[in-house]
Design a protein around this ligand. Structure first.
Ligand code: MIG
Length: 727
């Protein structure tokens, strides 16, 4: 039995039992206005004792989109996905769970609809895996909210999902600059050296991260005074060079007498508890730790205020890691392992398969479901709830603690806030990166696909560890990945401890020069990227979209390795080893190709719709501007905001008429909400062998410093007209 409520003309809620209020959905519902039903549109239902499955028979050509942070293809059909937040650094193709839980999908085909399940523990989406045509969604509970979006338009379904769960987060403008990180910048000296090297080499940079190495014994909110004697001084000095420092924060609190965070948490009962009501003991980086109980609002307040040590230094960006929460082991699981080892020792002369099995037991002490079942949260109303039932919310609530208190610590300031684990709703307040990928060519493709799937979930501001986190990277791999990264909203080179360094200068002169050009190209695109990002949030329209969300031709459904970046630009990165080009599908309209390497060299060529092999040397990335749309560029800078943008270059192929909505604001506050922003409507109309240009500036608060706009407008025959306009 469900309580059925009509939320809008296309969205229906089916409430089962008494669901936990996750905070994902933000619309107020009239709980009295429901009807009791036993069916759910589109699905047949199979009920077990503690689980329920929704089954749908897919038509041959139905395509499934969504599910956010999952592996496999962009079309999710043919694989099984399991939402139970997991810290798994081995993103091999068979894996079913990663860090986030994103149970929202769109089925597109004979019938088209969306489904979102608001339930914070285990859900399995078997999408034509067990049986190729059967979609089976299993929820391991009878208490959940299920939403059906009955609509033929994929983008409208997404809009409706945002109506329900809120609009995507907006970072500061500098978050669209280039960022550098590495787990194992061991000292302040090293961080300063890396930052300085960027400036010496003339490679733009906006952010540098300090990973867990800056902490004192991995104690959260502390700084190792030996290796980072003047963290605050470092933050200030780098700020002068336009480089912002972002620290990592882990949720596990080290159990250590006298350590303030531990003492306060213990005294106030702020930690998750075991079945006897004692603080639950687990282990992460610092050794034995407790987990703060982020489901409790008092704890969130306390935790969020702790960030003051950093905001007082002028820091405006935070990186919340390990919040699935990751568990290395618990004393209990470790004891079991020691028993096993003792057993093995007794028979050490005759061991065979036992050793093999022991290896598996060893792996199982991390992130074990049994451990997640053995601790509890105390909610605001005093009730205890088993962690396992709300597992997927931990990272969301951890990051909510940060976001909420930022309103007080940094009033009216935007922050760059990243979380590793996530749940629907987190996209309103922060964003996520894609976690611990590897320096594998295969993972560039994963990056391209996940970027599109995450955007459907409202995680517009996202990206992967460029160059790969685990394993050693080759120069070619880093170069190609940087080319992709330049066209993802979150553009950060990051790698793990003990891997080959992969900052741009770590390889050879040629690779260094290419990477400098790529990063400069990224900055040249800043006016476009920022305008498009802000417009996409305003319009609830994914910033990155699959080709098939824009073009209706069947062939587009097969295209997963090209994507729309904003409304005008299609990106087709080269992501294979030793390739000097790639095949590209150009759907339905004409396209203006720019196989870009240097911002200054804009050689563009017109293509009719079709399939082409596009050459792209190591230094080049194939870009395509859609017919009758425009891109806007400006001179690259060393960091966002280094100089006023006084000149724009507008380029496009206009066969009829193109309109661009240029947008800008202060980039750091929320004043845009009150209308503090400037826009320029740039209108280009084709006229015989010429173009008519109309410009309408709306800038009552004088946000815009643009004086000149250079036009490079192409015609179908490939000819270009160049004009300058003063505004
Ligand atoms: O288990 O802080 O995903 O980006 O560098 C490793 C060290 C813990 C995992 C994060 C990664 C980060 C690393 N962390």
């Amino acid at each position: 039995m469900f309580k059925k409520m009509q939320i809008s003309n296309m969205t229906t809620l089916y409430k089962s039992g008494t669901p936990f209020n996750t905070g994902a959905v933000i619309v107020d519902m009239d709980n009295n206005n429901f009807e009791q039903v036993s069916n759910v549109t589109f699905f047949t239902i199979e009920e077990g004792s503690n689980e329920i499955s929704f089954i749908y028979e897919m038509a041959k050509d139905d395509v499934v989109y969504g599910l956010g942070e999952t592996l496999g293809a962009l079309n999710k059909r043919g694989k099984r996905y399991r939402f139970y937040a997991t810290d798994d650094p081995e993103h091999t193709p068979e894996k079913e769970s990663l860090y986030g839980s994103h149970p929202f999908m769109i089925l597109d085909g004979e019938k088209t609809f969306g489904i979102f399940i608001d339930y914070p523990s285990e859900i399995i989406f078997d999408i034509g895996f067990t049986h190729k045509d059967i979609l089976k969604i299993t929820i391991f509970s009878k208490d959940f909210d299920l939403y059906i979006f009955d609509c033929d338009e994929k983008l409208t379904i997404i809009k409706e999902y945002f109506n329900l769960t809120g609009k995507p987060y907006i970072p500061p403008k500098w978050a669209f600059g280039y960022q550098q990180s590495r787990w194992s910048y061991f000292s302040e000296k090293e961080v300063r050296e890396v930052a300085n090297k960027y400036r010496e080499l003339g490679i733009p940079l906006d952010v540098i991260y300090t990973d867990i190495d800056y902490m004192d014994s991995y104690k959260v909110f502390t700084i190792n005074k030996e290796t980072f004697p003047n963290y605050e001084g470092m933050v200030k000095d780098l700020k002068e060079k336009g480089i912002k420092v972002i620290p990592i924060l882990d949720p596990g609190v080290k159990i250590e007498e006298g350590y303030e965070v531990y003492e306060e948490g213990k005294k106030n009962g702020y930690f998750c508890v075991d079945k006897d009501g004692k603080p639950f003991v687990t282990a992460v980086w610092p050794g034995l730790t407790h987990f703060p109980d982020f489901l409790n609002s008092k704890v969130r307040k306390w935790w969020g205020q702790k960030y003051k040590v950093f905001t007082d230094m002028g820091i405006k960006g935070f990186w919340n890691d390990m919040n699935e929460p990751s568990i290395f082991y618990t004393p209990k699981s470790l004891d079991k392992l020691f028993d096993l080892l003792k057993d093995l020792e007794k028979n050490k002369e005759e061991l065979g398969i036992e050793v093999f099995l022991a290896k598996e037991s060893f792996a199982k002490i991390s992130n074990n479901r049994e451990d997640y079942r053995s601790f509890y949260h105390k909610l605001d109303d005093g009730t205890l709830i088993n962690h396992d039932l709300v597992h997927n919310l931990y990272g969301f609530k951890n990051t909510q603690a940060t976001a909420d208190e930022m309103k007080e610590l940094l009033p009216n300031q935007r922050t760059l806030l990243l979380s590793r684990s996530s749940y629907p709703g987190l996209h309103r307040i922060a964003s996520i990166w894609m976690g611990d990928n590897k320096s594998w060519w295969e993972h560039i493709l994963v990056n391209i696909r996940m970027l599109q799937s995450l955007n459907m979930m409202g995680f517009f501001y996202t990206g992967a560890d460029i160059g790969g986190f685990g394993a050693d990277a080759s120069a070619e791999l880093v170069v190609r990945w940087m080319e992709l990264g330049a066209f993802t909203p979150f553009f950060r080179n990051h790698t793990a401890l003990n891997t080959r360094p992969q900052e741009p200068w770590q390889f050879d002169e040629e690779s260094l020069n290419i990477m400098r050009d790529i990063v400069r190209l990224r900055y040249a695109f800043l006016p476009y990227t920022y305008s498009e990002y802000m417009n996409s949030v305003k319009d609830s329209n994914p910033f990155v979209k699959p080709i098939s969300f824009v073009f209706e031709n069947p062939r587009s459904k097969d295209i997963e390795d090209q994507y729309m970046y904003g409304e005008s630009l299609m990106v087709a990165p080269v992501y294979e080893q030793n390739k000097k080009g790639r095949y590209v599908h150009l759907p339905q309209v004409k396209w203006l190709n720019w196989t870009a390497s240097k911002y200054e060299e804009r050689k563009m060529k017109v293509y009719e719709p079709g399939d082409y092999y596009i050459k792209a040397d190591l230094s080049e990335i194939p870009l395509f501007i859609k017919e009758n749309s425009l891109i806007v560029l400006s001179e690259p800078m060393n960091f966002v905001g280094e100089k006023d943008i006084t000149e724009l270059t507008v380029a496009g192929l206009v066969t009829d008429h193109a309109l661009y909505n240029y947008y800008d604001d202060d980039g750091t506050t929320y004043n845009f909400v009150k209308g503090d922003f400037g826009t320029i409507k740039i209108d280009v109309t084709k006229e015989r062998n010429d173009f008519k240009i109309a410009i309408k500036k709306d800038d009552k608060n004088n946000m815009l410093k643009i004086k000149t706009i250079h036009f490079e407008i192409y015609d179908s025959d490939g000819s270009v007209v160049k004009k300058d306009m003063l505004i």
